[in-house]
Design a protein around this ligand. Structure first.
Ligand code: DX5
Ligand code: ZN
Length: 230
């Protein structure tokens, strides 16, 4: 990360009030979110079903921010047309869900989108290494995907650091995103110190205890002055 770059915050709408989704997305946008994270779950790759194209298209009408589209679905290549629609869309597929990961990555790139690959907590960094030079984003899951509100797996910090060092050593340009259990506390701080440049936060941003603007402010405050270690 260049010294002037700031850490990006991507509120995950999975924790938002779906009966008031448009306004929640607007609140996150007004509160200074950098991206809107949308979690698509198919009930197969992960043990939960969330939402799909129709809801994402509705979200698009309430923000100008790029969508950070996290596809927790098996063989996402077949569904790409449903999700990649705008030039600014960031489409993230799971390494574990793609039989032909290289092909899927290039499918997104050739369609003109930004592409990311995510790896689960139990998946080694090696699973993404061969495609890393082509990625805009590599996402380290810091919980097992499928649900919001889970606790950050502490061993993830070491994994983030190893991936950051690999990106740095090879001179790749991928942003390093983390997702799961990120709060305005040591989880965000240690992730950024280890090299994370995009933080996804669901329940930390959308929760009944504070306003979206209040929680965004707390998250930004806890990151103040932090840079990944070289
Ligand atoms: C989990 C999703 C996350 C989720 C994060 O499978 O990928 O994006 O919304 O929620 P929190 O921040 O509450 O762990
Ligand atoms: Zn996610």
């Amino acid at each position: 990360m260049s010294p002037e770059a700031r850490v990006l915050i991507a509120p995950s709408i999975l924790a938002a009030d779906f009966a008031d989704l448009g306004r929640q997305v607007e609140a996150a946008t007004e509160a200074g979110a950098d991206l809107i994270h949308v979690d698509v779950m198919d009930g197969q790759f992960v043990p939960n079903i969330s939402f799909g194209e129709v809801v994402i298209d509705a979200v698009r009408r309430h923000t100008d921010l790029p969508l950070n589209i996290h596809l927790m679905v098996n063989e996402p290549g077949a569904l790409m047309g449903c999700f990649h629609k705008e030039e600014t869309d960031q489409v993230i597929v799971h390494a574990e869900a793609c039989t032909h990961l290289h092909r899927t990555v290039f499918q997104v790139k050739e369609a003109g989108g930004q592409v990311g690959v995510a790896i689960n907590p139990g998946t080694p960094i090696a699973a993404v290494e061969e495609v890393l030079p082509y990625l805009d984003i590599v996402l380290v899951m810091t919980v097992n995907p499928g649900f919001g509100g889970q606790s950050f797996i502490p061993e993830s910090v070491n994994k983030i650091r190893r991936l950051y060092e690999l990106i740095l050593t090879k001179g790749y340009s991928a942003q390093l995103e983390v997702d799961g259990g990120i709060k305005a506390d040591w989880t965000a701080e240690e992730s950024v110190r280890a090299g994370a440049t995009i933080l996804v936060a669901g329940t930390a941003i959308f929760n009944p205890d504070e306003t979206v603007s209040g929680s965004m402010q707390r998250m930004r405050g806890c990151l103040h002055g932090l840079r990944p270690s070289p």
